[in-house]
Design a protein around this ligand. Structure first.
Ligand code: UT7
Length: 323
């Protein structure tokens, strides 16, 4: 038994913050941001709008596309690094919002790889016969943990959500998923506070609940790790890179995406690019791109997709999917 994607959905909050808006906040330029990252704008959740609010919209759209109702669901796996609260987890909060109960609902915290991790977990539930209709969500309100005075990180991140519905199938569907983590890089990309370590106040009187990143080092390791994981994914399935119809990458930086596309010998026309419109939305980034590819009519049933992501931890991973 395999799982297959029965429907996709996504949601971006209304408010848009452009590079020109950022020019008014600190010393930067639209030209620099576009050249170094490919980002033109990002979406920002409204005051009071939470990660689960965004996830709910994406989930509704994915369920509509799949032709399922909340009562059909028997699993929710929700990838996020910016949960509404410490607990209940976002999967369980989403279950309540959908008006259903009595089946497993969990949150998965793997930074930008959160959706790939969540997808891999849901795929295994379906393969084992433990779920028949799984909702997999990646959603973030990263703007809440961005230091808006730090130009090296504030230009990169945005809010959004994406979701897929997985159902069982005799043929794949999800052919394979590949997950990796290496905690020895924990100090290159992180948010330093939490209920266990505490919420200290810094010399400026703020709780530094912010993303810290050594951008250049992260960049190099991201390129290397994503290059290896796409090679491993192809090798594990005895496939040549020419077999891939669409690369659906994590949208952190256009230059990282270009490097992975080059490694796969895939032209940028066969890569789903959304980084310009919403920047890095972490766990929401891959399902947002997938939904953009599907809804624009580019990704068609039967085509072979390679999804990949890389994020804090480091965590990274891939999924090979016959759509
Ligand atoms: O999703 C998780 C994975 N995250 C990533 O993959 C992000 C990986 N990293 C990156 O995307 C890039 O490293 C950045 C876009 C963050 C930075 O680009 P870079 O080419 O690595 O630049 P840099 O950090 O080496 O900085 C180059 C220069 C510096 O000036 P000096 O020291 O050379 O004078 C920075 O101060 O650019 C300066 N700079 C800026 N200038 C204008 C840094 N941020 C900005 C800015 N506007 N916003």
């Amino acid at each position: 038994m395999y799982s297959r994607i029965a429907g996709t959905g996504s949601y971006l909050p209304e408010k848009v913050l452009t590079n020109h808006d950022l020019e008014k906040m600190f010393e930067t330029s639209d030209e620099w941001i576009r050249e170094r990252t490919g980002i033109g704008q990002r979406h920002i959740a409204a005051e009071g709008q939470t990660t689960v609010d965004l996830g709910l919209e994406a989930a509704r759209r994915a369920m509509e596309a799949a032709g399922v109702v909340p009562e059909d669901l028997d699993l929710i796996v929700f990838g996020t690094t910016t949960p509404d609260q410490i607990f209940p987890n976002c999967g369980t909060l989403l279950q309540e919002r959908l008006g259903v109960r009595n089946f497993p609902a969990m949150g998965v915290e793997a930074a930008c790889s959160g959706f790939i991790y969540a997808l891999s977990i849901a795929d295994k539930f379906i393969r084992l016969g433990d779920a028949k209709c799984a909702l997999v969500v990646g959603a973030e309100t990263l703007s809440r943990i961005v230091d808006w005075t730090d130009r090296s990180t504030a230009i990169l991140f945005g809010d959004g959500a994406g979701a897929v519905v997985l159902k069982p199938a005799d043929d794949p569907g999800i052919i394979s998923t590949h997950l990796r983590a290496d905690g020895s890089h924990k100090d290159l990309l992180y948010c330093p506070v939490g209920p266990s370590k505490g919420f200290p106040v810094d010399e400026r009187g703020r709780t530094p609940m912010f993303i810290h990143m050594a951008g250049n080092e992260v960049f190099k390791i991201a390129v290397k790790s994503l290059g290896s994981i796409v090679d491993e994914t192809l090798a594990a399935n005895g496939l040549d890179k020419s077999a891939i119809d669409w690369l659906v990458p994590h949208q952190a930086n256009i230059r990282i995406i270009q490097a992975t596309a080059k490694k796969l010998d895939i032209p940028l026309e066969r890569v789903i690019l959304t980084v310009e419109e919403h920047g890095n939305t972490s766990a929401a980034s891959v399902p947002l791109a997938l939904d953009a590819g599907v809804r624009s009519g580019r990704i068609k049933r039967g085509e072979l997709l390679l999804l990949e992501a890389f994020g804090g931890g480091f965590t990274w991973g891939s999924a090979l999917i016959r759509y």
